[in-house]
Design a protein around this ligand. Sequence first.
Ligand SMILES: *Cc1c(COP(=O)(O)O)cnc(C)c1O
Length: 422
Amino acid sequence: MPMSASYKKRLSHVLPQIVNTFGTPFHIYDEKGIRQTCSTLTTAFENIDGFKEFFAVKALPNPSIMKIVQKMGFGFDCSSTPEIQLSRQIGSFKDDIMFTSNNTSPSQFKTALENGGCILNLDDISLISKLTDIPDLICFRYNPGPRRNGNKIIGNPVESKYGVGHDQIIDAYSKSLKLGVKRFGIHTMLASNELNYEYMVETTRMLLDMVELICEKLNITFEFINIGGGLGIPYTPDAKPFDLDSMANETTRLFKQFKKINGWVPRLYMESGRYITGPHGVLVTSVINHKNTYRKYVGVDASMSALMRPGMYDAYHHIHIHGKKNSAPLEKVDVVGALCENIDKFAIQRELPDTIEGDILVIHDTGAHGHAMGFNYNGHLRPKELLLREDSSIELIRRAETMDDYFTTLNFEPKVLAFEEI
Ligand SMILES: *Cc1c(COP(=O)(O)O)cnc(C)c1O
């Protein structure tokens, strides 16, 4: 079930005024829905001591949204310097930031270690010796290789560039121990948009097994395991929602079992992005053209610059037309943007009610990996972002890109490297 009935009802009520005031296209997010999901997640895992979610900033890197999840007690999972800076700007530091990078440059580590540092999640054994400061706490991203299957978005673990291999993992911790690291964590991220909760339970079991193995070999303990993000959301109307309660129950059981056997237990960390904000955002766009050639096309005023997922992953995003009854006559259409790329389509051969120019399309589930993934190819600019507050007010939380933004990187001090003619 895409976009919740509650959000649809609250948004539909005021949508024409929002369109009049702000103009299309825009993404609009639902504070109430985001807060509800945050508290559902926290409640589900409340029986695991020290459970903590680090919101994956890349899913929706907007400070207004980040402040909402910060208030709900979440930290942030960052993968780049700007994402770390965003988190610090809103007042999250140290153990509230997990830095999960890969192919990391020295300058990224430098920023990560400034300002009180953060939790370093290293992607490779070779990176330990590249740190200028040895932090108190180190985490490694574990890649189980052929021991697990991944999924379409992340790829198979053996082919994936992420993480420390199985045969290197003991070495990685032993090397850190020798360098003076005192606190340890272990992380993995194997699947994205996974709707099968058992996959996530299996990941927890795998990491707890690894913790037992490493502790036995090196006589250390672990402060936490981080099972990554990847909890899925139902994009299509017939998909079943992720069974969070079953995941939480079985995960809690695994933690109790670990404690019984070992006398201690690590904390559980998670870094979901999509699950937290995905269903609570929509892309609102106006119909500007109709075209009837070999297929019928509905042209809208948004393009791939606002939402890459359909073009990039063949992803389905549900669409409804504001104010149209379900009983309206349907026609099979492609909903398209204006890029000179034939993958710039929000829907392909979709049955939608007849539209006229000026009709408003609502494209569901754009609250994660939506605006954030947009690009400027073909000179298309990214749209604005709005927030439907819990008090029903509407706030502009990012303006649309302008031509000036597009030209900014062309305004610079001239620099030429000249050579004598050979
Ligand atoms: C992308 C990413 C996430 C978030 O993934 P979701 O599928 O949005 O939950 C978490 N951790 C890492 C390391 C990632 O790369």
